[in-house]
Design a protein around this ligand. Structure first.
Ligand SMILES: [Zn+2]
Length: 121
């Protein structure tokens, strides 16, 4: 029978304790709430990753994040314009963020092998 490891502290749990919810500005809180709700609703309507679906052959992947096809750069008009929202899985979102944000500004067209060729500085 395994003993209880008393000294074991899960690091990721410990880390979440550090930030006490300090006085948050009410509009920020509302903004976050609104975004979460809007994002959840968007993902319900668009449950699959658009980038995966545009691949050849298309992949069917559950979307977990809402990506901004147009970099919003803090612009609330772009930020809240759902016609610029794209459902994405984490993998595609990370890949897009890792390359350069803005590459998808014109249309949703994923790079299947992003980072492999760099013939286009
Ligand atoms: Zn994807």
């Amino acid at each position: 029978m395994p003993e209880r490891a008393k000294s074991y502290k899960p690091k990721h749990t410990a880390r979440t304790f550090t930030a006490k919810p300090e006085r948050q500005q009410s509009h920020e809180r509302g903004y976050d709430h609104r975004w979460r709700k809007a994002r959840a609703a968007f993902l319900r309507s668009n449950p699959t990753c658009a980038y995966c679906a545009a691949m050849t052959p298309p992949r069917l992947t559950a979307a977990t994040v809402v990506d901004h096809a147009t970099p919003h750069k803090g612009d609330p008009e772009i930020f809240w314009d759902q016609s610029r929202w794209v459902s994405a899985c984490r993998e595609c979102h990370n890949r897009k963020t890792a390359t350069h944000d803005g590459a998808f500004g014109r249309e949703v067209k994923p790079h299947p092998a992003a980072g492999q060729h760099s013939d286009n500085g």
